[in-house]
Design a protein around this ligand. Structure first.
Ligand code: AQP
Length: 378
């Protein structure tokens, strides 16, 4: 969206701004000076049940790695979850399950912020402002809405359509700069950047008056890297591994025990040829490519390395090693999740503490946004 005029963006054309009395900048900065934005990671997972290997390899495992180098905010996005119907009791249970998965995978809730979205009202407030910044045409292009709404678009919730505005608000409420996500979220991240850019352009003068010369929001960078940014179904290598797949055999759940993991990998669809020695040989073989990608992600190597070692192997042998790898990594996390979930009150306390810390960042940012927009604030 860069380089276009405000009107092309659909922004409200304004008369030349009458000089306004400079307001005291919020957040301690000097008016007129661009302030550096600190690197901050934000990401979320929906508590919609059946947390799976794709969520782990594409997102949660990356969350754990990033906490070594960044300040991180990890959110259980319960407000996103209700864009499609959720049974209330299941939503509560699944919120605790995602929290348990974060902690069992290695996220330290004392060092990083772990909380559920609905406890911080700024997400909803900023989402509304962004609903007035984003254009219908932008949302109409979102493929996830088209896929999820399917043919019964008229019956889809308004929230499902506006989901990307809320996602932009989640990230930008904290002025986060980096967002680790799976490949499926790339388009939504691009939209978040467009929204940030348009807000900064539409409100350039009042951003500057509030002390944010280059705009208030950073343009968040997606972090989509590694061999497992799009883990595919074990039953159909052309379909994403998904929580809502009616076949449980299509995914490895994070709470599956060793027997279930072994059974699902043994039954995973493949083709009759042995593994090739180089990635080029995986072309047109989506199931083989998927298993090689999973193997690489679990072993911390690359598909090239996996094929250099296993090229020429039959799937029966390759799968035995893959089963051992998956059980070694997912097994202990699943067991720890079960242990953590046996004390729901403790999980709730962790979420409350995380929400209080999240509000310490969100509330001043939200006040600044309101001030920039022109809302009267305390
Ligand atoms: N198959 C996948 N491979 C890699 N990454 C994935 N992610 C999801 N599926 C895969 C990433 O996991 C993070 C959390 O996802 P989410 O819970 O917010 O929602 P989702 O993408 O809708 O999850 P599902 O499993 O695909 O659910 P349904 O069945 O509802 O469509 C995100 O970073 C996502 O990219």
């Amino acid at each position: 969206m860069t380089g276009k005029s405000k009107q092309e963006h659909g922004g409200k054309p304004r008369k030349a701004a009458a000089p306004r009395k400079a307001r005291k900048p919020r957040g301690g900065g000097a008016a007129g000076k661009a302030r550096p934005i600190r690197e901050r990671v934000f990401s979320g997972v929906q508590p919609t049940g059946n947390l799976h290997l794709g969520n782990y390899l594409g997102a949660i495992k990356r969350f754990v790695e990033l906490q070594e180098s960044h300040e991180c905010i990890y959110c259980v996005v319960d407000m996103h979850a209700i864009t499609v119907w959720q049974d209330p009791e299941a939503l509560t249970r699944n919120t605790r399950e995602v929290t348990a998965a974060f902690i069992a995978a290695g996220i330290d809730p004392d060092k990083q912020i772990v909380f559920n979205q609905s406890q911080v009202s700024g997400h909803a407030e900023l989402a509304w402002i962004f609903s007035c910044v984003a254009r219908l045409g932008w949302l109409n292009r979102m493929t996830q809405f088209k896929e999820k709404a399917g043919k019964s678009r008229e019956n889809a919730s308004v929230g499902l359509y506006a989901y990307p505005n809320l996602m932009a608000a989640d990230i930008l409420l904290y002025r986060a700069t980096h967002v680790p996500v799976g490949e499926d979220q790339k388009q939504h991240l691009e939209l978040a950047r467009d929204i940030a850019q348009k807000f900064n352009t539409d409100f350039a003068e009042s951003c500057a008056r509030a002390g944010f010369e280059g705009g208030f929001f950073p343009l968040p960078e997606p972090l989509i890297a590694g061999p497992a940014t799009r883990v595919m179904s074990l039953r159909d290598g052309t379909k994403k591994m998904s929580k809502s797949d009616p076949s449980d055999l299509a995914r490895i759940n994070m709470t599956d025990d060793a027997d279930a993991i072994a059974k699902k990998i043994r039954k995973a669809r493949t083709d009759p040829d042995p593994l090739p020695s180089e990635p080029a040989g995986l072309e047109g073989r989506p199931e083989a490519e998927n298993l090689v990608g999973i193997f690489a992600a679990l072993s911390g190597t690359s598909p090239e390395d996996v094929l250099a070692t296993h090229g020429g192997s039959q799937f029966s042998d390759f799968k035995k090693e893959l089963i051992a790898l998956a059980i070694a990594e997912i097994g202990p996390i699943g067991a720890e999740m079960q242990r953590l979930m046996s004390d729901p009150a403790e999980i709730d306390r962790i979420l409350c503490r995380g929400a209080a810390r999240a509000r310490q960042i969100a509330d001043p940012n939200m006040r600044t946004v309101k001030d920039i927009v022109g809302f009267v604030v305390e």
